[in-house]
Design a protein around this ligand. Structure first.
Ligand code: SF4
Length: 297
């Protein structure tokens, strides 16, 4: 069986999954405002080329986690919640004793960033808004039957990692963050009522792979007027990429200088053995540390 036929079968099975009509839900908070606009209007998808596999794998992992939740005492799994003010539905993955968990499947390289910089605005708004909806549904401090949420956790599970790579990010529940997210949703609802679609927010190369409304919406091109966005997490990512690119350029320069200095040398020097290996465009020095530990380069 070819990879294509396996993927076709996975997509067909996913299409048969019972699901609510795709509209805008809590999971879309803080994402692309134009996408929220189309989802709130229940516009038909326009892009048949959306990549499906990561979401299908995420669904499979969620199903396993939901089953496993049966073994956790006093845990509620897959809790349907609703934010009345902006008519937003969503499903929290797990609620246990005042702690609300949301699972996120991701990759190891994405995890490295989250470990050092925390979750995206979208993930944080989502989990805080679930907690807000849950707390709003409880009768109140006196008559309350179930504990109010006081802590939210995002549990990141890398598809390409193992148990030791799972990252738990936790934070005290902060109603102000949830209200910020709810105001964002209210503004998207106003745009729908005014029939005023927000400007596209993502580059078209991203949209072509990941947005069902690409086609209906053109996405952004670099020649379009660019909006200024207030998102410290994204600003950190932009700076991180720039610094990493400068480091790579600097390391490339050091590498070429060292290579020139070794020109033709073959033998053992200091703690290193130097030989030459054929590469695509000629020979390149191969340095192996033979004393003092460390990796071969
Ligand atoms: S196509 Fe791109 S810019 Fe347009 S709604 Fe989708 S994600 Fe947003």
């Amino acid at each position: 069986m070819s990879a294509e036929s396996i993927i076709d079968a996975l997509v067909a099975a996913d299409d048969e999954r019972p699901r609510t009509k795709a509209g805008f839900g809590v999971s879309g908070l803080g994402g692309c405002a134009r996408k929220a606009y189309h989802q709130m209007r229940h516009d038909d998808p326009a892009n048949p080329s959306v990549k499906r596999l990561p979401a299908i794998l995420g669904t499979a992992i969620h199903a396993a986690l939901e089953k496993a939740a049966d073994r956790l005492p006093n845990a509620l799994a897959e809790v349907a919640l609703f934010v009345e003010e902006v008519e937003l539905a969503g499903t929290a993955d797990l609620i246990r004793g005042g702690v609300l968990d949301d699972y996120k499947t991701t990759t190891l390289k994405n995890l490295r960033w989250i470990k050092s910089h925390g979750p995206s605005r979208n993930h944080r708004w989502q989990v805080m808004t679930y907690a807000y909806a849950w707390n709003a549904e409880q009768p109140g401090p006196r008559g309350q039957e179930k504990p109010l949420i006081h802590m939210v956790r995002l549990i990141y599970i890398p598809r390409d990692g193992d148990e030791s790579d799972v990252l738990v990010w936790e934070e005290d529940y902060d109603e102000a963050v949830a209200l910020e997210a709810i105001e964002w949703a209210a503004s998207a609802r106003r745009a729908v009522a005014d029939e005023a679609p927000p400007a596209p927010e993502k580059h078209f190369s991203y949209c072509a792979n990941w947005c069902q409304f690409y086609g209906l919406c053109p996405g952004l091109d670099t020649s379009d007027a660019l909006e200024e966005v207030d998102d410290p997490w994204l600003a950190d990512a932009a700076e991180g990429l720039l610094v990493a690119q400068e480091d790579i350029r600097e390391a490339e320069g050091r590498k070429e200088g060292a290579k020139d200095a070794l020109d033709g040398f073959t033998g053992i020097v200091g703690d290193f053995r130097v030989t030459w290996q054929r590469h695509r465009y000629g020979y390149y020095p191969k340095v192996t540390r033979i004393r003092g530990g460390g990796d071969e380069r």
